[in-house]
Design a protein. Structure first.
Length: 240
């Protein structure tokens, strides 16, 4: 068994344990393998171990990786999720190549994705990113703007608003980790009470997946615990 396959087993066990501790079913939580900065070989290694959904932050890296995966393994059917900051001039390539986008924070970006989603593809699944920590350096809509943005996105053709995403400030204490995710769950519940029919809470990473699952996460975004530590090129920020 490869190191990546072994790591996937460990992470899946952690997800199952966290789900049981929260009186939830493990099948309610999807594992998104964050493969940014890792090559096509690592993605295919994870795919052979039963992982099908992969998250990417950097568009050009992702497009090159998709092509390399397709060239190396034509029968590998993967689900690609864009989870990084979105520049307006990159929306067309995102709309054309991804199944999910977790990092929409403005109505303008959602409208561009809607207009540029090819008609032959199914609707692009969208999560609205929320800046739950109020950090100036973090992307995401302010919590008090979420409802109006969500209502505007929900009626756009070619895309489907599925839920909310957040990347709160790091915390080592499980109680603090849970308190950071609680506002996102509250927003999610409020929007559903208004009739939004959302089904996705994209929250939780390698260091805090148990806290996120306890607060209702349906997608956890796990990178280093699967692929190992990252080495970033000088021009790529680890915080991007």
């Amino acid at each position: 068994m490869s190191p990546i396959a072994s790591n996937l087993q460990v992470v899946r066990r952690q997800i199952a344990d966290a789900a049981h501790s929260a009186s939830r079913r493990p099948e309610e939580i999807r594992l998104l393998a964050v493969s940014k900065t890792f090559g096509a070989d690592a993605v295919l290694d994870a795919w052979r171990a039963g992982q099908y959904a992969f998250g990417e932050n950097y568009l050009q890296e992702a497009l090159a990786k998709m092509a390399a995966v397709a060239a190396a393994q034509a029968d590998a059917i993967l689900e690609w999720h864009f989870i990084g900051p979105i520049q307006s001039n990159k929306t067309r390539q995102i709309a054309e190549n991804f199944a999910w986008v977790h990092s929409v924070e403005r109505e303008k970006v959602a409208r561009r994705l809607s207009e540029q989603r090819p008609a032959h593809l199914p609707p692009l699944n969208i999560c609205l990113q929320v800046n739950v920590s109020g950090e100036a350096s973090k992307s995401g809509a302010a919590p008090d703007e979420v409802a109006s943005i969500a209502r505007a996105i929900a009626v756009l053709p070619g895309i489907r608003l599925r839920g909310l995403m957040a990347i709160p400030a790091p915390a080592d204490d499980p109680a603090r980790q849970r308190s950071a995710y609680r506002p996102l769950r509250a927003l999610f519940d409020t929007l559903n009470a208004e009739g939004m029919a959302l089904d996705t809470l994209s929250m939780g990473m390698s260091a805090d997946l148990a806290a996120a699952i306890a607060e209702g996460a349906t997608v956890v975004r796990i990178g280093s615990a699967i692929f190992g530590g990252r080495t970033y090129a000088p021009a790529v920020s680890a915080d991007a």
